[in-house]
Design a protein around this ligand. Structure first.
Ligand SMILES: [Zn+2]
Length: 151
């Protein structure tokens, strides 16, 4: 494939290949645009504002589609997956690096490898053990739970 560096076109989807590398800034910008416009610009779990390391987590992988590990780098992967996200955002959650690691990343002792019944019991014990959100005082004396803490 001949790649024109000066091309104003942006290639997404199955045309990702080498072109994506020349379009790095556009891919990064498009990822950010989607994160903000479709997913509200915040991690679904902790509400941290969009920033580096954020990922569109697949709720369920389609075995017919390529995975991140099939690509040389994240830019190529993003160029491939962005049209999928735009077409069907319900299949994804926007997660920050830390929350994504807790769900998906083997090296961080992720939750994804735990069988569902065991995970349910883990949540049950965590919920009865870990204290709820601290109460903060409003001016009127009312107390409300805090939003999730920033990371
Ligand atoms: Zn998070």
């Amino acid at each position: 494939m001949i790649v024109e560096k000066t091309s104003h076109k942006i290639f997404f989807g199955d045309d990702y290949s080498k072109v994506a590398l020349f379009q790095k800034d556009k891919v990064v910008a498009e990822k950010k645009r989607i994160a903000i416009e479709i997913f509200g610009g915040k991690c679904y779990i902790c509400w941290k504002n969009y920033g580096s390391g954020f990922a569109f987590h697949h709720k369920k992988y389609d075995p017919n589609r390529k995975k991140h590990s099939d690509f040389k780098n994240t830019i190529e992967y993003n160029a491939y997956v962005i049209p999928e996200i735009i077409a069907d955002p319900e299949r994804f959650r926007l997660l920050c690096k830390i929350c994504h690691a807790r769900i998906d990343q083997p090296r961080y002792g992720y939750l994804g490898h735990i069988p569902k019944d065991r995970l349910d019991r883990l949540y049950e014990v965590a919920k009865e053990t870990i204290p709820g959100p601290r109460k903060t005082r409003k001016k009127g004396g009312e107390s409300t739970p805090e939003s999730p803490t920033k990371q």
